[in-house]
Design a protein around this ligand. Structure first.
Ligand code: GLU
Length: 344
């Protein structure tokens, strides 16, 4: 099935400043930017610095510098302002609290005193990496029961209905889940009162008029949680394009154990951004060869249906080639991957 995005399109780049941005992040940003701009859309830069004790102060500016280095631009963001700011989640807490109160007044959330180990002990193991489905231990509570609980002793969970949900994903195709059975009631506010990623992202996308969400397909389960929240608040539902991940030769999601793929290393080594952009576009299925390209030059031929549906396996030799593309690469490394993304 081929569907184009409903216009006008508003897309977003949503880095989490929990550390340096790496090659996998760059691939997502490039495709998010292309999907919005190729549809004549606007782009918003939003810093997702909530929901993580791992946030690093230096990482915000570095993410902005990385994105600029890649040749991506945006119409609204923390560095340039705009009508829908602030564009940094920790500065939007009052707004989240207001929407949270509405759910609480409607008894759509309940206080949960379960610890992580309580949940694991009471749950069947779950097939994906999402952790166990919450078994509903505290579901009998109403939102008012918080009055009888010590502050800081509970988090808040969203009460899912038993309805199933499905949507068309521009990257991953038709998706269906029964969120209550497959995922379970989820935390939307932590014990210290901080809103969760799920709540912040939904409210920000709505406030900023985002119509197009492009991100890694490890967030598809979260999409179902977010759609349930969006419906509860009666907010507009964006369209989604979930991308296959970049993985290491061991088949696991690209991480430090696979080597250091920080974008800042490429910058420090004076690698031209066009080399990375061309490589990423090739890795995603947008080009037949990995030669240099600018993000701008990919706009005319961008088409979501060209995107590979399988993950891309990054080999150490790819990274070496990005640093110094001189004769080190074995023949065939840059053939279009056909066998699950692995090079021959
Ligand atoms: N901030 C998230 C990340 O960097 C992205 C979340 C989203 O796109 O919804 O992984």
């Amino acid at each position: 099935m081929r569907l184009s995005f409903a216009r006008p399109v508003v897309g977003r780049l949503a880095p989490s400043p929990t550390g340096a941005q790496h090659l996998g992040n760059a691939r997502t940003y490039l495709i998010a930017w292309l999907a919005a701009r190729a549809a004549g859309g606007r782009v918003i830069l939003r810093i997702e610095d909530i929901d993580s004790p791992r946030v690093k102060a230096w990482a915000v500016q570095q993410a902005i510098d990385d994105l600029r280095w890649l040749g991506l631009d945006w119409d609204e963001g923390p560095d340039i302002g705009g009508p829908n700011g602030p564009y940094v989640q920790t500065e939007r807490q009052e707004y989240y609290r207001r929407f949270f109160r509405e759910l609480s007044d409607r008894n759509l959330v309940y206080p949960c005193t379960c610890s992580r180990s309580d949940i694991a002990a009471a749950s069947a193991p779950h097939a994906d990496q999402e952790g166990p489905v919450y078994p509903g231990t505290c579901r009998h509570r109403s939102s008012r029961d918080q009055e009888n609980l010590a502050a800081g002793s509970f988090s808040w969970r969203f009460r899912l209905t038993t309805e199933s949900d499905s949507y068309f994903d521009h990257g991953a195709g038709q998706q269906s889940r029964s969120p209550a059975a497959d995922l379970g009631d989820f935390v939307i506010c932590k014990a210290d009162g901080t809103p969760s990623y799920q709540m912040a992202v939904v409210l920000d996308d709505a406030a900023m008029g985002v119509t197009q969400v492009v991100r890694g397909n490890d967030l598809i389960p979260s999409t179902f949680r977010q759609r349930a929240l969006i419906r509860a608040w009666g907010l507009p539902i964006p369209e989604y394009l979930h991308l296959p991940l970049v993985i290491g030769p061991d088949g696991r999601r690209l991480a430090k154990r696979h080597g250091d793929t920080r974008l800042s290393i490429l910058r420090e080594n004076s690698v031209p951004p066009e080399r990375l952009i061309g490589f990423l576009a090739w890795s995603a299925g947008l080009r037949e060869f990995p030669g240099p390209a600018t993000a701008q030059s990919l706009l005319d031929s961008f088409e979501p249906t060209k995107l590979h549906s399988r993950p891309f396996v990054l080999h150490p030799a790819h990274w070496d080639w990005l640093l110094a593309p001189s004769g080190k690469v074995a023949p065939g490394w840059f053939e279009t991957p056909t066998n699950g993304g692995t090079t021959p």
